[in-house]
Design a binder for this molecule. Structure first.
Ligand code: GH3
Ligand code: MG
Ligand code: MG
Ligand code: MG
Length: 297
């Protein structure tokens, strides 16, 4: 996704000789150069290629450099305007339209290269930051073992879904899922196999749900499932489906052994988050006490 190799500059200049000069300057610094003679072509090229900066002639036939600039504003591609019009008003207008920099014609090669390189560097830092934010964003919401929503994400979704259900008067339920005798799995097969089993259980839970449902890891070997538009009766149906999907087929472990697991589920409906969770927890406790592998409200 990120272009970490060659950096690409798009040169937009209608005079062929000047375009040639600009290209030579930029390739000198190891930049990859795309070129075109009109603003129309420029707008097409930035759609088709990963462009890191645009060197844009202000005076173009057809749509003007300033129009191109205005259309690129907000695209995160820095634009360096190069222009024979060098009054303060022209320069100010370029910056007002979102130019990153302005170079007067005739240009000095070394200065031109420094300015374009600075624009490319800005884009590189922007990409790196965006990449970091994407990773941080998903890491702070997902559980590293199973890839499901983590507790923080579940708590946030619980607030959103329950208040939406309250406002629109829709039913809302949760299912608290706990793996039965999971300590024995670790004790018998080792912690690595236990982790593998949790990943498979998570996959099976997710696969058994509707897209609008949210399944997450509440902690340890406990999962919480949020069921929007679902009353207690519906939650019971979902709970039974989860119980069958998770416990139906044995889990194939890396060492070739087959592991059978079962889950107990406590369900509750309502829109008061604290009350909902404590009732689901109490129901789960009763399911355990009643012999496990059960769904109880
Ligand atoms: P039950 O719920 O049926 O009462 O029995 P249990 O054995 O599942 O309950 P308990 O709460 O005593 O133990 C839960 C076990 O889950 C403890 C721990 O070994 C295991 N566990 C919790 N988190 C993880 C994890 O991330 N990886 C692995 N491998 N095991 C975990
Ligand atoms: Mg021109
Ligand atoms: Mg537990
Ligand atoms: Mg358990």
């Amino acid at each position: 996704m990120m272009n970490v190799g060659l950096r690409t500059v798009l040169v937009v200049e209608d005079h062929e000789d000047i375009r040639e000069l600009l290209r030579l300057q930029l390739t000198f610094d190891g930049l990859e150069v795309l070129e075109c003679a009109t603003g129309e072509e420029a707008l097409e090229l930035v759609q088709m290629h990963a462009v890191d900066a645009v060197l844009l002639d202000a005076e173009l036939p057809g749509i003007s450099g300033y129009d191109v600039l205005a259309q690129l504003a907000g695209s995160a591609i820095p634009v360096v305007v190069i222009s024979g019009r060098t009054t303060s008003d022209d320069v100010v207008e370029a910056f007002r339209l979102g130019a990153h920099d302005h170079i007067a014609k005739p240009f000095r090669g070394k200065e031109l290269r420094a300015r374009v390189t600075a624009a490319v560097e800005l884009k590189r830092r922007h990409d790196a930051l965006r990449h970091e934010n994407l990773i941080l964003g998903s890491e702070s919401r997902s559980d590293t073992l199973t890839g499901l929503a983590n507790r923080r994400k579940l708590e946030a979704d619980l607030q959103i879904l329950s208040s939406s259900a309250r406002r629109h008067d829709h039913p809302f339920s949760v299912a608290l899922v706990d793996v039965d005798h999971f300590k024995a799995v670790n004790d018998t097969y080792g912690h690595g196999a236990g982790d593998q089993a949790l990943r498979t259980i998570a996959e099976r839970l997710e696969a058994a749900l509707r897209v609008e449902d949210v399944a997450g890891r509440w902690g340890g070997e406990e999962f919480l499932v949020l069921l929007p538009y679902t009353d207690l009766e519906g939650a019971h149906v979902v709970g039974e489906r989860l119980r069958h999907r998770v416990g139906g087929d044995p889990i194939l472990l890396d060492d070739g052994s087959l592991l059978r697991v079962s889950i107990s589920i406590g369900i509750a409906d309502g829109t008061d988050v604290g009350d909902l969770l404590s009732r689901a927890d109490a129901a789960l406790y009763r399911a355990k006490a009643a012999g496990r592998n059960l769904v109880l409200a």
